[in-house]
Design a binder for this molecule. Structure first.
Ligand code: ZN
Ligand code: ZN
Length: 407
């Protein structure tokens, strides 16, 4: 059987999250906020899902570059593996630093920093757009002459490490603090306190920050606040992904002249007009922050998130056995569920149309996989009921979800 065993990362990471959650409860420390954790996991589910489609593509790019443009012919040995590790970590440092300093790159990295918590679920906050930008940076490695197999294998191990540094449960690492990036260092990177901004970009080794002047030590007198300097106040899946590209687009439109427009794309995030965010928030967000989440909302969102995780695991594990149609339908179902969860947490009313789209997707799936008269009649019956009872169902749905008992 040709299973994709990388899918096992999903239950492995979930068990670490469960352990950390258990630890935080025992110690009576508040590492986890419900909506934050759900939003973090949802971003991660989307990225893992789209990884299924992009991993092969990245390998192809590395292989193509190596075959056609490699400067040196590097063979695998202990020395070259070590050299590749050092270079990968160095490239990461610069990718990460530029992702904070250049708007076009911050647009994809900002999602990783939106969480107001710092725990293992935050490590899942990587988007597929960020993976694409990172792939551009990694491309320098096959260009130097490292074969695609070496680069991809090392990236796999290198990519595991950052998961373990997103936690407040492990404390200080003693002597390792001197040369490794530890949870303390990376916690500082996620802080929005002025004294910690734009510090500790390293992935495995902290030496690059010390060499290039971006290292910050923990200061006992500073109480860390995690997240962005201007918090999002929304758990919408779409808003989290696209608020900053929208801000860039708005600034770009308002900027006069080529130089100013260039600065919007490649300047620093601080140079953008902060008023644009407020304008966009009024236009797209309209969050009812005064309304408390209901118990039904939380139960429904939890069930959706768990179901999405199970579906993701199945898609990732059996990717080689699924047809294009099955992959498309399952992936669309998962993505709609993620958008749905975020919109419910923000108590948006357009989610009802999304629920309908999801049901339609299930009906299409039944029609595609069971093309017989019985299935056709059942689909037509459900469609008729959905159209006929649209208003009453909508009313009942909102009553059930948004106005029932408080959490
Ligand atoms: Zn960062
Ligand atoms: Zn991080």
């Amino acid at each position: 059987m040709k299973l994709n065993y990388l899918a096992l990362a999903v239950p492995l990471f979930l068990s670490f999250i469960a352990l950390e959650y258990y630890y935080s409860k025992r110690k009576r420390k508040n590492f986890f906020q419900y909506a934050e954790s759900v939003a973090n996991l949802n971003v991660g589910i989307a990225e893992r899902l789209l990884d299924v489609f992009t991993t092969g593509l990245f390998f192809f790019v590395f292989d193509y570059l190596h075959k056609h443009f490699a400067i040196f012919d590097i063979k695998a040995s202990v020395f070259t593996w070590f050299l590749l590790f050092l270079l990968t970590d160095l490239v990461w440092y610069w990718y990460h630093r530029l992702a904070h300093e250049i708007n076009a790159f911050w647009a994809v990295h900002v999602v990783h920093h939106q969480s107001e918590d710092f725990n293992y679920t935050v490590s899942a906050r990587i988007t597929v757009f960020q993976s694409v930008v990172r792939c551009m940076f990694w491309s320098v490695l096959p260009l130097i002459g490292f074969p695609a197999v070496m680069v991809s294998s090392l990236l796999l191990v290198h990519g595991l490490y950052p998961f373990f540094i997103h936690t407040q449960a492990l404390g200080k690492w003693g002597w390792f603090e001197k040369f490794l990036v530890t949870p303390t260092h990376h916690g500082i990177h996620h802080a929005s306190n002025p004294e910690y901004l734009d510090k500790n970009y390293g992935d495995v080794l902290i030496i690059w920050d010390k060499i290039f002047g971006t290292f910050a030590r923990e200061r006992k007198e500073v109480k860390i606040t995690y997240g962005l300097t201007k918090q999002l106040n929304s758990h919408s899946f779409l808003w989290q992904h696209f608020h900053f590209p929208l801000e860039i687009a708005m600034n770009f439109q308002r900027a006069k002249g080529v130089k100013a427009k260039w600065k919007v794309l490649f300047g620093r995030p601080d140079d953008l007009d902060p008023r644009c965010r407020s304008v966009l928030e009024r236009k797209f967000l309209n969050v009812h922050s005064d309304r408390k989440p209901t118990l039904a909302m939380r139960q429904y969102v939890t069930a959706q998130t768990l179901f999405s995780i199970v579906l993701l695991f199945i898609v990732a594990l059996f990717e080689h056995y699924l047809s294009v149609w099955q992959l498309f339908l399952l992936s669309s179902f998962i993505i709609i569920s993620l958008v749905n969860s975020g919109a419910i947490l923000d108590q948006r009313r357009w989610i009802f149309y999304l629920e309908y789209t999801r049901v339609l997707l299930v009906l299409i799936a039944i029609g595609v996989f069971y093309p017989n008269n019985w299935a056709f009649s059942a689909i037509m019956g459900v469609l008729f009921l959905m159209i006929w009872y649209f208003r009453p169902m909508q009313r009942y749905y909102f009553q059930l979800l948004y106005t029932n008992s408080r959490a």
